[in-house]
Design a protein around this ligand. Structure first.
Ligand code: CMP
Length: 140
């Protein structure tokens, strides 16, 4: 089994899509190993997205991620990183395949409803960024 870090972002929280998104994640066979809501500080958002610090969309992205509390989850499944990225669809919801979370729930390339780790290294870093061992609620 592999683990990945999933986030439900403020646009989806505001539209009350959290329950539907979690249902789709469970239907796709992922196990939720840990979950919580967190109101990111600007410093936390900047730390989480540090690799994008020099991108033109960085300031918008940080403001957006602090709009409401977000949901963060550790998801477990075989090949979880790639499978969750497939479930999410392309970063830009306009380009996301039908049936994907971003196609069905996202608004724009920044306000794109969900995040998922893009590699094993990212998953390791992102899970450690949000969760301690004692916050795990199920064996993976
Ligand atoms: P995410 O998968 O969380 O990783 C980085 C985020 O930056 C991405 O989703 C989008 O919210 C945002 N993002 C990525 N590329 C762009 C872009 N070209 N323009 C605006 N926002 C972007």
């Amino acid at each position: 089994m592999q683990e990945t870090l999933a986030i439900i972002k403020p646009d989806a929280v505001k539209k009350k899509s959290v329950g539907k998104i979690i249902d789709r994640i469970l239907q796709a066979g992922f196990i939720v190993v840990a979950a919580k809501t967190i109101n990111l500080t600007q410093a936390q958002a900047e730390g989480f997205y540090a690799v994008h610090r020099d991108k033109p969309f960085f300031a918008n992205l940080i403001r957006f991620m602090c709009e409401t509390p977000i949901w963060v989850m550790i998801l477990s499944k075989e090949n979880a990183i790639e499978e969750y990225r497939e479930l999410m669809g392309s970063t830009d919801p306009q380009e996301a395949a039908s049936g994907t979370l971003r196609r069905d729930f996202a608004e724009t390339i920044t306000r794109n409803a969900v995040h998922g780790s893009d590699s094993r290294d990212s998953a390791y870093r992102e899970i450690a960024f949000f969760f301690s061992e004692s916050e795990r609620i199920a064996a993976s």
